[in-house]
Design a protein around this ligand. Sequence first.
Ligand code: SF4
Length: 345
Amino acid sequence: MKERLIGKNLKELQALVLSLGLPKFAGAQMARWLYVKKVRSISEMTDLSKVARAKLEECCEVGVTEPISVLTSADGTRKYLFPVDNGKEKSAIEAVMIPDGDRATLCVSSQSGCRMGCHFCMTGRQGFHGHLSAADIMSQFLAVEESDRLTNTVFMGMGEPLDNYDNVMRVIEILTSDWGFAWSPKRITVSTIGVLPNLKRYLEECRCHLAVSLHNPFPEERLSIMPVQKAWSVTEVVRLIRQYDFSGQRRVSFEYTMFEGFNDTPKHADALVHLLRHLECRVNLIRFHQIPDFPYKTSSPARIEAFRKRLSDAGITATLRASRGEDILAACGLLAGEHASKTEQ
Ligand code: SF4
């Protein structure tokens, strides 16, 4: 199997060309072809010598994986399904492109399946099929038809990004480096349920935004739908976040899916206010999209508004996040990949 070039940073590309007896500057040329010109083959890298291209082609390929299917929603949201082969198992992952005026946000997957097992999430239900390599993650950015007009990204697709820390960080390096996509970190948000040790690393090492899936301020209730609470309590997660500064460009938000009667009462709103008090943050309320065999349904619009107002009145900015791509099962918690759909039939 040939080595994939996408997903490599500048240093790795330079090391690769040096190992083939080629000049070091060819590494920077390749980075430009891969991440700026976005070519699909080594033969298109025309400022590399013929000898260099021939040597590279013997052992390497660009490595963009084309989608197996693309679904377009009535609201313009597009869901891409990609095959993944990690050498041991074949599976499928999804990426969702969400257009919004001048913006085009790509919601990317970081793992095939997920081992966090949140009860309300279709990805969690399908189990874990492996970490995505940096090439698999990077390929999502390069393979979508909208690649050239993407403005933002959220690591909120399948998987827990901080459970695949090194590969996610490698991709963020490519997205934010001058030799890569040259994006500002402000255009990138990583979402986590609070994998505490890697969250600390992320807060130390990365300037991108952070979104934390909170869903319930009471530890026992949160544990009943999110097994991760046992290892890393939401209280500890918020305590850690408080040690960092979010008054500048980097923002922190908390995701809160609304389940009727479970987490949408005034008592829950007040506990959330208490948990987040004096923290520079916002809360994104999310309508729940029903999945089979889960005991709660989404809160009514009136309850969501009452909850939102109670947070706002207490000084916490809270907004109801627009649901996009519901008709193609592209909304939060519904990504499952072809693999899961097949096993459920
Ligand atoms: Fe994994 Fe996120 Fe789904 Fe939880 S909500 S199971 S962390 S993908």
